[in-house]
Design a protein around this ligand. Structure first.
Ligand code: EPU
Length: 416
């Protein structure tokens, strides 16, 4: 990447990765055909489609539309398919709901920290499932699935995929399930809307309490995935850093309130319509204090990108990570580009510098890679971001989209 180019123009926001993944998993809940639109073309989505295919579903994809028909399903998702993506764990809920059993490889930790699924499993247990971990697999078996009151909050607050998983099992349980302390993220609401289109009875999604009235079976449905608020937030930061005026089309500003507020506090101007946001960039940010929280708080998935933004400028910013306290892999790479950041427990203390300098850097996870691209946009000289497969997991053609706005990014295949 050659840094320092001004960005301007319009960018279309893709469908949400974190909505599409559980919604695709939910298609396993019915024998009928489901049609899902606005599915982003990402490697994580490909992994999910591979898993559905492995489980016996017929999967077709034509540009942004995916059709799934899971007339018959098997109930085992093995390690070699599941290990590629932690979110594969969200096939557990629909398989348990439909077949009353599921075996899925237990996801390991990942670079953003220890990522247990104890709350998912406690939820399944409350619905009547027996859980066993054998040979690295988690086996969930429930000859009978009965509605229950399930507290779903852990040490770090609510769980997004845990809420999704339990909701997907409970829609086909006998009786009423109440999820207390449910995640309120827009992606949970999107999944609940899809489940209701399939004939489920889910109320309260988007609040801390979700009530699910179990039904006997679900039918096919058609659905359009919501816009990706994290992709949008990432482009908002790109625009703030190096933009003249950048418009994000097909975004949902309501899902981006805290990101907009953070950027406004840092001195940027944002104009909003019902489905678009325009960011007026002006270079250096003011220093701010920022803390990640569950929705509607500031999202952890935007923390790395804000660190990249706040690296430049005057004054001292602090960024506290409350959801994944170790999610700071980007910090050492940003420091290689001249950023002045120190870590105190789960807080990054960022002393703004006047300039970043291009350097070869290593992507470690999805959002950390996005932060390095954002740093490269504003750095002097050339930045080389390696292991960009991390970014392709969650950003659809980010290089092409940024280049269309005026960035200068080249994708180079490296041997070995
Ligand atoms: N947690 C537990 N026990 C559990 C589940 C979670 O202790 O059983 C903890 C986690 O370790 C973490 C916190 O609870 O400290 C929140 O984790 P959550 O379960 O909400 O995360 P997730 O559902 O696994 C989704 C997104 C992540 C995003 C988080 C938080 C998907 C596919 N992934 O993960 O997205 O960071 O919610 O908002 O929806 C990303 O897109 O880059 C990404 C990592």
């Amino acid at each position: 990447m050659h840094g320092g180019h001004k960005l301007s123009g319009t960018v279309n926001i893709s469908g949400s990765k974190n909505s599409a993944l559980p919604i695709l998993a939910a298609t396993l809940l019915t024998k009928d055909e489901c049609v899902i639109h606005h599915v982003p073309d990402l490697s994580d989505v490909h992994f999910m489609l591979q898993i559905l295919d492995h489980l016996g579903a017929q999967v077709e994809r034509a540009s942004g539309t995916v059709t799934v028909k899971a007339e018959k399903v098997t109930t085992e998702a093995p390690y070699d398919v599941v290990r590629k993506m932690r979110a594969s764990v969200c096939v557990l809920g629909p398989l348990l709901g439909r077949e009353r059993e599921a075996t899925v490889s237990l996801p390991g930790g990942c670079v953003i920290g220890d990522r247990p699924i104890d709350l998912h499993l406690k939820g399944f247990e409350a619905l009547g499932a027996a859980i066993r971990v054998v040979g690295g697999d988690v086996k969930v078996l429930a000859p009978q699935l009965r509605g229950a009151v399930i507290p779903m909050t852990g040490k770090f607050g609510s769980t997004v995929l845990g809420t999704d998983n339990v909701m997907m099992a409970a829609v086909l349980a006998d009786g009423t399930t109440v999820i207390d302390g449910a995640a309120e993220e827009p992606e949970v609401v999107d999944l609940a809307n899809f489940l209701n289109k399939m004939g489920a009875k889910v109320e309260g999604a988007g609040s801390r309490r979700i009530i699910i009235e179990g039904v006997k079976e679900l039918h096919g449905a058609e659905h359009e995935v919501i816009p990706d608020r994290i992709e949008a937030g990432t482009f908002m930061v790109a625009a703030a850093i190096s933009g003249a005026e950048v418009k994000l089309r097909r975004a949902n500003p309501a899902h981006l309130a805290t990101v907009s507020q953070a950027l406004e506090r840092a001195g940027y101007r944002i104009q909003v319509t019902v489905n678009s946001l325009t960011v007026l960039g002006n270079g250096e940010p003011h220093s701010i204090e920022l803390t990640t929280e569950t929705y509607p708080g500031f999202p952890t998935d935007m923390q790395a990108q804000m660190c990249a933004l706040l690296s430049r400028g005057q004054g001292i910013s602090t960024v506290t990570e409350n959801i994944f306290p170790q999610r700071f892999m980007h910090v050492s790479e940003l420091k290689r580009m001249g950023a002045n950041i120190s870590l105190e427990n789960n807080t990054a203390i960022i002393n703004g510098v006047t300039a970043l300098s291009g350097a070869p850097v290593m992507a470690s996870d999805l959002r950390a890679s996005a932060a390095l691209v954002l740093a490269g946009l504003q750095a002097d000289g050339v930045t080389e971001v390696n292991r960009v497969y991390h970014i392709d997991r969650g950003y659809e053609m980010i290089d092409e989209k940024l280049n269309a706005l005026g960035a200068q990014i080249e994708r180079v295949k490296v041997k070995g």
